[in-house]
Write a protein of this length. Structure first.
Length: 974
RNA sequence: GCCCAGAUGGCGGAAUCGGUAGACGCGCUGGUCUCAAACACCAGUGGGGUAACUCCCAUCCCGGUUCGACCCCGGGUCUGGGUACCA
């Protein structure tokens, strides 16, 4: 009987469905294990061979854990909202729901062929009301919460309102957009609208006026991680900066917790590093600068407090509110021209063109340490969104300030002993501080009302600072680190500013001007947003006549005619009924892609629950994800957002764990292996790869599916495209050899390999094992169908242990021999260890070696074959089920191999009788000798010394040293 | 620019603690079977010299530590990824 994979796979896939083999439920008698894949966006192109890589890896692990007795949750679903379906809808009028559904069905069909152990009863789709109900609910909870810094936790906004009513902002330590100060009386005197607007400053989901990445071509805003090199990640359209009122999530409030949490989870160091950089914690100081001839003051942030004596100018971001206040009348025109110019530049232009630009505001700031008046400039190298949007420039020790100073001829004052700043700035934080304090700089006038900090000649007297500011500061002689600390302390003690930690992580912009996303459960009354009653959720996405923005530039939901909220009835009603008394307009924006993917892992725990995101019981049992498998491209998007989202839900008591994904494995990308043919220029003649050097040729991509082992199927090529019908070929050795290259797998390179085709030709088990055999899961590697025969051959060999070529069923109840047991126990040890470390490729090698050995040994033992079948079940589940069934044809009750207990190896079978030692002289290996496994060092040494071959190498010398490494090597140093 | 990861045969990749390279598979070469091809099976396969045991050279480059280095340390080259005026 042949290994008929088609029949076997069909049979078992059917049986798994019928018997609901992979259905899981909470079971208090078993320990849980939660395996999760990053759910796919169902694109129109279907799956290629790279997509299932991670799913196969996690499926193997899930099956392995199940065999170890764990209750394994291994769900799958679809991230169903997204731009491509909407773009397609705009072009064709086809409703995104329709295309999405069709794509999902295609994905499902493809996935089902591969034999995953998913519990499909738990499937989620982010675009379904039953799912996005809870996305909307979470948003409402964020709207109704603020973040308390002192208790490090989200709190109900009502607590804050109470605090304001009693104490105003006094004693408040909370996350906020800007620092507000008001008294209880002032709060109580505010109108409803004023109070609501004030609360926006604190809510975790808030409506904020922010600079956004506006993509005119897509007609929407994009999050920072959706913008790559100044163009949109999807489509590659230009992006400009624009100020808009948008929903935002106060992710920044959680910055410290997001950073600290990284220490508690089992992710790769490089991914943690990426997140650390993205969060970007920096410790520094905020220092106040007075404006000369004015009572104005402004604050800057610096991490280099030690460079206070090197400040020679100040710079404001063009978008800073200070610009208008500090621009003098005579500079006004020039400043406005500059602002206009910078506003017009797209993000991309700014990146491409790093010219130094800037304009003088006309005002001066007074350095509180030197009393000098330094000019205030405006330049786009300072960002409005970071720190305070204003900096003190120290050209000697910051390369950007240096470039600016050189360009505009501003003074440069070095502050580190022996540093040379004639050509470039000295940015390193090492060396000994000098010039602090120092003599006044001749080109920097003294500010009014501030005493001089002059040092006369060699007199090292302290500089006197602004009146009432106490003792001066001496940094000279300190290391930079010490100087930073000393200055911070001084700043704090003298009320010049405060010590401050800043984060690079920004709040997430949560509005998208799109149709195909979750609608906000929000209506507007008097210009202020209100949440619709949570008992009325979900608020379903309305139908629209077209998917483009309206003529007035409103988002696509502006096209909906039934998109108003009747507060009395608690339902969506026709827009014509809007009276702003009982019926109000609904929000027209929708939520971004990451909204639906931020808590889906929680929903899998209890996917059909209509009363809550999930029950406390389900949450208590499943806790969090034990193993999360997905691509590294989500490092600064999804993996930040969902950690934030989970922490918020944790604060609410909904999620049980502070971190959602305990262990994370990043699967590598599968690249395509493209093939090329070489057309001789201006002809229809193609020359084989080895001879192309003799002609002037154009390489052309050729469909990899008509190439086998780099040999072109010439007839198939002629049939591929009409223009090649009469193509001619110059062959080598009678074959047309193609060139190849590793590229991204994509249609345009004709290198897409479809898993269905592989399954059809070789079977799912071969596909699964081959994908794992290609190399380590974490590594990117090219797909090369050529190697697949080896794995397929192995499965046939495995089958051959059960059926001879003459269709004789081989296994019998003969006792296993010592060699067979040794062989199989070695395998148990190897495979168990490999699965734990995701080294599936080496496990598969071990399987091949073991099966070959068993064939050599003519193994017939059911005992051994049962163990072998158990071990291979996670890798090749269909075949294993079939073999398992055959092994139980003796009348024993047949259960699925999925529940076959994972075996433990017995060390006693693995013990070797003798051990090989390599004998080396002066580190050069010469020969080997066998010793009994329990021989001691003294015996080994004396035997080696007496050995004839050794004597040849020793040549009568007395060895200086003899090193015996257990079971490996004897080295004799002469 | 900064941060991270990596570099081993013709190819994908092995090598647990530093233990004397190249597991396993592909490809290639030769053989068996066949009218022939495919499949299958057997043998060989890092490079170089030799009739041969054996020997020499080989894990990106240079240097170091060690009896011994793909592995540890220092310097450099290249490739991939992240990030980009974050003060």
């Amino acid at each position: 009987m042949e290994y008929n994979f088609r029949e076997i796979e069909k049979k078992w896939q059917q049986r798994w469905v019928e018997q609901k083999t992979y259905k899981v439920a909470e079971d208090d008698t078993k320990k849980k294990f939660y395996v999760l894949n990053m759910f796919p966006y169902p694109s129109g192109a279907g799956l290629h061979v790279g997509h299932p890589l991670g799913y196969i890896a996690s499926d193997i692990y899930a099956r392995y854990k199940r065999q170890q007795g764990f209750n394994v949750l291994n769900p799958m679903g679809y991230d169903a909202y997204g731009l491509p379906a909407e773009q397609y809808a705009i072009q064709t009028g086809q409703h995104p729901a329709v295309t999405t559904e069709a794509n999902i069905n295609r994905y499902r069909e493809q996935l089902d062929k591969i034999g995953f152990s998913f519990d499909w009863d738990r499937e989620v789709r982010t675009c379904e009301p039953g799912y996005y109900h809870w996305t909307q609910w979470a948003f409402q909870q964020m709207f109704g919460s603020f973040y308390c810094n002192s208790c490090q936790k989200a709190q109900p906004i009502s607590k804050l309102v109470e605090h304001f009513a009693q104490k105003g902002t006094e004693g408040l330590d909370v996350a906020q957009s800007e620092e507000l100060n008001f008294t209880a009386d002032e709060w109580n005197a505010m109108t409803e609208k004023e109070q609501q607007e004030t609360l926006m400053n604190y809510r975790i989901a808030y409506l904020g006026e922010t600079m956004v990445n506006w993509c005119p071509a897509l007609g929407t805003v994009l999050a920072n991680d959706e913008v790559v090199d100044g163009v949109s990640e999807r489509g590659g359209f230009p992006v400009v900066q624009k100020k808009m009122r948008q929903w935002c999530l106060r992710v920044s409030a959680y910055a410290q917790r997001l950073l600290d949490g990284l220490d508690k989870i089992d992710w790769t160091e490089s991914l943690k590093e990426t997140q650390k950089n993205w969060i970007g914690r920096s410790e520094g100081a905020e220092v106040q600068f007075r404006v000369k001839d004015s009572d104005m003051e402004f604050t800057i942030f610096t991490t280099r407090a030690d460079t206070m004596f090197g400040v020679t100018f100040m710079v404001l971001a063009p978008e800073s509110e200070l610009v208008a206040q500090l621009t003098t009348a005579e500079q006004k025109e020039e400043v406005e021209a500059y602002l206009d110019r910078t506003k017009k530049r797209t993000e991309r232009e700014r990146i491409a063109d790093r010219k130094v630009t800037g304009v003088f505001s006309g005002s001066y700031a007074i350095n509180p340490f030197t009393g000098e008046a330094v000019p205030i400039w405006i330049s786009d190298y300072v960002l409005a969104g970071y720190g305070t949007g204003a900096i003190m420039a120290v050209p000697a020790h910051d390369s950007r300030d240096y470039a600016f100073a050189k360009h505009f001829g501003l003074p440069i004052i070095p502050l580190v002993e022996g540093c040379d700043v004639s050509e470039e700035s000295f940015d390193a934080k090492e060396g000994i501080v000098c010039n602090s304090p120092r003599r006044p700089h001749p080109s920097l006038p003294q500010g009014e009302g501030v005493k001089t900090s002059a040092i006369d000649g060699q007199n090292n007297s302290l500089p006197s600072l602004a009146e009432g500011q106490g003792e001066g500061l001496v940094l000279n002689g300190l290391t930079i680190k010490e100087a930073i600390a000393a200055t911070k302390k001084y700043v704090k003690e003298h009320g010049l500013g405060r010590v401050k930690v800043n984060f690079r992580l920004r709040d997430a912009i949560f509005s998208r001007q799109r149709y195909w996303g979750e609608p906000f459960p929000v209506y507007y009354k008097d210009g202020m947003p209100y949440m619709i009653d949570s008992s009325k959720l979900p608020l379903e996405l309305p139908e629209v006549s077209k998917f483009l923005p309206t003529e007035t530039g409103e988002p696509p939901l502006g096209n909906a005619t039934k998109w108003a909220w009747d507060v009395q009835k608690g339902e969506v009603v026709d827009n014509t009924l809007i009276d702003n008394v009982n019926v109000f307009p609904l929000e027209l924006n929708t939520m971004p892609g990451f909204a639906g993917s931020s808590a889906y892992y929680l929903r899998y725990m209890d996917p059909q629950n209509d009363n809550a995101l999930l029950s406390q019981k389900a949450a208590g049992y499943w806790q969090n994800v034990d193993l999360y498998v997905g691509g590294t491209e989500h490092a600064t998007g999804h993996l930040i957002y969902s950690r934030f989202w989970n922490k918020f839900l944790y604060d609410l008591g909904v999620s049980m764990k502070d971190e959602p994904f305990q262990k994370l494995v990043n699967q590598g990308m599968i690249q395509g292996r493209s093939n090329f043919v070489y057309r001789i220029k201006d002809t229809n003649t193609f020359v084989s790869h080895g001879l192309k050097g003799q002609y002037d040729v154009t390489p052309l991509h050729v469909d990899v599916n008509i190439v086998s082992a780099d040999v072109l199927d010439v007839e198939a090529f002629k049939a591929w495209r009409p223009e090649y019908n009469d193509a001619e070929f110059i062959l080598e050795d009678g074959k047309y050899i193609c060139g190849w290259a590793v590229e991204k797998m994509s249609k345009s390179m004709f290198n897409v390999v479809n898993p269905d085709m592989i399954v059809e030709k070789y079977g799912a088990d071969t596909l699964r094992m081959y994908e794992m055999f290609l190399g380590p899961v974490e590594q990117s590697k090219p797909w090369d169908t050529n190697g697949i025969d080896g794995v397929h051959r192995f499965l046939k060999k495995l089958w051959g242990l059960f059926y001879s070529r003459t269709d004789e069923y081989l296994p019998t109840d003969v006792p296993a021999t010592k060699e067979e047991l040794k062989c199989i126990h070695k395998l148990i040890k190897k495979v168990t260890g490999d699965i734990e470390t995701f080294s599936y490729n080496t496990s598969i090698s071990a399987f091949m070696i073991c099966v070959n050995e068993l064939i050599q040994l003519k193994c017939r033992s059911t005992e051994v074959l049962r163990l072998l079948t158990t071990l291979i079940a996670p890798f090749a589940p269909h075949l294993a089920e079939e073999l398992w069934e055959m092994l139980h044809s003796d009348g024993l009750p047949v259960t699925s191999v999925c529940d076959a207990k994972w075996p433990e190896y017995n060390e006693s079978y693995l013990v070797e009788d003798t051990v090989k030692y390599t004998i080396s002289f002066n580190g050069k290996a010469r020969f080997t000798l066998d010793f009994p496994a329990d021989a001691d060092n003294a015996t080994i040494e004396s035997t080696v010394m007496a050995d004839e071959q050794s004597q040849k190498w020793i040549e009568g010398k007395t060895p200086k040293k003899v090193i015996i490494v257990p079971k490996k090597i004897v080295n004799i140093v002469l």
